[in-house]
Design a protein around this ligand. Structure first.
Ligand SMILES: [Zn+2]
Ligand SMILES: [Zn+2]
Length: 416
């Protein structure tokens, strides 16, 4: 057979194969959309009835990422759609019927205006995710008033996981800040290099190279120490706690009396300075014994680099938690220590979750006493897939934005 003849027969063959595969893809896509539609409803029910409080998860999205074994971005999309499910009944219907994908409805739920359900449910029938994003961005937004004169400012907003600081500085001050940040970063990198050379090449538990965030925190901590030194007591450490050894009552230095859980939380990873009192007399200050040495900390990070609570992938700012508290005789050693993110550490000391050791056989239970399992809930399906039609996806036609009429929020009723 000549080479030309063989390509001629190969071509129709691959076209047929592709057609068969596309058919199957459409079938599966329809089913997946319908399944995502149900997952979103489940998430909405968990949120509405506040069922997730006892799970130890820090947010609905974190819970979903854990239980479905999906990426945080995918879980965030599910949570976004779930949060506004009541506002978008037609879009939700489209998912349940297998016609609309989670990503399509996710774009809508993320930023579309109130009352736009019908508009976007129709558009999503033909528009790709990218086209929907453009359509939503074309929605007229309320005019921001005249721009105020820029002023140096520092503001803070928060979500479940982070605080967001926004700092506006005139250029001269900004340059000073930048120079300080650079010099702290340089110093950290020098230390880091020295450590690495001392630890030898190819060391398994090498710490990551210091970032700008590390430099920023160093900038804050050093200036804080200087400030504290100017005060009469001259403590250089961050938080000072007084503990009455007989009654085990803790209070912040010159501050309010601490609750039991706050005291244990603060004293657990002793980056604070502790003063012991007996019958009103200071009998000593403790810091060194419970302070986690650099070597111990590295060993902890090497053993388990993330927060030890199942489903939590936090790696930043972890605290070393004493499984048996040192107040109760727990030792500051590997077997009695686990790393926890600040959120779960606080939650544990407040009694929201329990953590029992030894560290090698850690058991974490939720508020209801249920043992938390690290894996997702995924298992072999035992029910047939949703009975929905195939979904060939959006038409993908080139959108002509010139003729597109964006969704316009209804003007509020006027009184005159
Ligand atoms: Zn602790
Ligand atoms: Zn955690």
């Amino acid at each position: 057979m000549s080479p030309a003849a063989s390509t001629a027969t190969a071509e129709p063959h691959s076209a047929v194969r592709l057609e068969v595969l596309f058919d199957e893809l459409a079938e599966l896509t329809g089913q997946r959309n319908a399944i995502d539609g149900r997952i979103v409803e489940i998430a909405a029910e968990i949120e509405r009835d506040e069922l997730w409080g006892a799970t130890g998860a820090r947010s609905i999205a974190a819970l979903l990422a854990w239980k479905t074994g999906s990426a945080p971005s995918n879980a965030a999309t599910i949570a976004t759609v779930a949060h506004r499910l009541d506002e978008f009944p037609r879009c939700a219907q489209g998912m349940r019927e297998g016609r609309l994908s989670l990503d399509q409805v996710g774009v809508i739920a993320h930023r579309a205006g109130p009352g736009s359900d019908e508009h976007y449910a129709q558009l999503a029938g033909v528009a790709t995710v990218t086209q929907l994003r453009t359509a939503v961005s074309l929605e007229p937004r309320p005019e921001p008033g005249p721009r105020p004169e820029p002023q140096a400012s520092i503001t803070k907003t928060s979500d479940a996981e982070f605080d967001f600081w926004r700092i506006a500085l005139p250029h001269a001050e900004s340059a000073k800040f930048e120079a300080a940040l650079h010099s702290h970063h340089d110093a950290l990198v020098t230390d880091w290099k020295r450590d690495r050379e001392a630890g030898g090449e190819g060391s398994d538990h090498a710490t990551p190279i210091p970032t700008n965030i590390d430099a920023f925190m160093r900038l804050v901590e050093t200036s804080w120490d200087v400030e504290v030194q100017r005060r009469p007591h001259g403590q250089r450490t961050t938080v000072v706690v007084h503990v009455d050894v007989q009654q085990q009552v803790g209070s912040l230095h010159l501050g309010p009396l601490l609750s039991d859980s706050e005291r244990r939380y603060l004293l657990c990873d002793a980056t604070c300075e502790v003063w012991f009192h007996d019958a009103g007399e200071v009998i000593g200050s403790g810091r060194s014994t419970r302070t986690i040495s650099r070597r111990l900390r590295r060993a902890l990070e090497h053993r388990h680099p993330t927060c030890a609570v199942p489903g939590c992938a936090a790696t930043r700012g972890l605290h070393a938690h004493h499984i048996t508290h040192w107040e109760d005789g727990g030792a500051t050693e590997l077997d009695n220590l686990v790393l926890l993110c600040p959120y779960h550490h606080r939650l544990h000391h407040r009694g929201g979750i329990t953590i029992t050791g030894p560290a090698g056989e850690l058991v974490v239970t939720d508020g209801g006493g249920q043992r938390l399992q690290p894996g997702s809930l995924a298992r072999q399906p035992s029910t047939p897939p949703p009975a929905v039609g195939p979904c060939p996806g959006p038409t993908g036609e080139r959108a002509n934005w010139w003729w597109y009429e964006p969704f316009r929020p209804q003007a509020p009723p006027t009184t005159n």
